[in-house]
Design a protein around this ligand. Structure first.
Ligand SMILES: [Zn+2]
Length: 57
């Protein structure tokens, strides 16, 4: 095993059009984005849509 980061451990950031920003690994950021979409925009966000909104941190 190398010390390299697994893809699941890569930090991602997201910035919503409304100004909302979040940061975390794919596993942690997806539910944050989904909750933001539901609570702030009344939108259902799939995992794929959430990940598509992210950028590498
Ligand atoms: Zn938003």
């Amino acid at each position: 095993m190398t010390a390299g980061k697994r893809p699941a451990d890569v930090e991602l950031t997201v910035r919503c059009d409304c100004g909302f920003e979040a940061r975390g690994t794919a596993q942690s950021i997806v539910p944050i984005i989904q909750r933001h979409g539901r609570e702030t925009h009344n939108m259902k966000v799939t995992r794929e849509q959430a990940l598509a909104m992210t950028r590498p941190a």
